[in-house]
Design a protein around this ligand. Structure first.
Ligand SMILES: [Mg+2]
Length: 287
């Protein structure tokens, strides 16, 4: 088997699933993914989402449209803590790195905060295996959620440190009695994750390389696609390992950050519309 000309590492919320509907809303995305898989382009989803979300919202409709012979598709979920391989029957056995799971008290703290009033803007995501996560309610306007999220994140850090956990939120680091800080509060556009400081899109990229190394030759070059500043860590990691990579930012926060590899931003389209356009360009090029 030859080395594939390209490999794709795809963040899901933003470039694939609409941040508004949280489903695959662009009609071209699933057929184009199938066409790329059929052409021998390996694809790995690299998401902070749970395997349950990915299975229901992306993998089930993708596989329902037919499974290309020889397709290489893997799912890295919860920023590298959870992973599995997709086949004709959907997502197979799910693996969890238990050393990356937050302690049970974290889910209790998050549930109590949501029950205690923060639930007006957010729900608990009960499908996570390694994290404790709240997600924006779809009936709450984004600006309202942002305000509610900032208050929730502050209350979450206070509740966790009151229970003796070491936790960080952005630049703020609160250590435990032993001087450690093993956990991170990580807000994104539609969610806040409470997670191990060892997970991230860079760990997801390393997991993707392991999964692809086990089922065939590695790609000659890569495109990574995401909508958050943290998604650049996929490309940072691949570049750091000596791979040729280009990052596609579908929701830039400003001018493209300086990176030692190319960064592509669609001049007009954002989010899943930009993700769909990029996949279409790859279908034109590789099939
Ligand atoms: Mg995203």
């Amino acid at each position: 088997m030859d080395h594939p000309p390209l490999g794709l590492l795809l963040d899901v919320d933003g470039p694939i699933a609409s941040p508004l509907t949280r489903t695959v809303a662009q009609p071209g995305i699933l057929p184009d993914l199938r066409a790329l898989l059929a052409a021998g382009i390996p694809v790995v989803f690299n998401t902070g989402r749970s395997d349950a979300f990915l299975r229901e919202r992306v993998i089930a409709p993708l596989v329902a449209g037919g499974w290309p012979a020889g397709a290489r598709l893997h799912a890295v979920c919860e920023k590298g803590a959870v992973w599995g391989t997709v086949g004709a029957d959907g997502l197979g056995e799910v693996h969890v790195d238990d050393t990356l799971a937050v302690p049970p008290v974290c889910a209790e703290v998050v549930a109590a905060l949501v029950a205690g009033g923060h639930g007006a803007a957010m729900d608990v995501d009960r499908t996570k295996r390694s994290m404790a996560t709240v997600e924006a309610r779809t009936d709450v306007p984004p600006a309202d959620y942002r305000r509610a999220q900032a208050a929730f994140d502050t209350d979450l850090v206070a509740a966790l440190t009151a229970r003796g956990l070491g936790v960080r939120l952005g630049d703020r680091v609160v250590r435990d009695a032993a001087g450690r800080c093993p956990w991170r509060v990580d807000p994104s556009v539609i969610a806040t994750d409470l997670e191990s400081v060892s997970v991230g899109k860079d760990l997801g990229a390393r997991r993707a390389l392991e999964l692809l190394a086990a089922d065939g030759p590695l790609p000659r070059s890569w495109h990574t696609v995401g909508d958050s500043p943290s998604d650049y860590r996929m490309a940072d990691q691949l570049h750091g390992l000596g791979a040729e990579v280009m990052h596609v930012d579908v929701h830039p926060a400003g001018p493209p950050p300086a990176r030692p590899y190319p960064v592509t931003i669609d001049p007009v389209l954002r989010d899943d519309a930009a993700g769909a356009r990029h996949l279409r360009s790859l279908v034109t090029r590789f099939t």
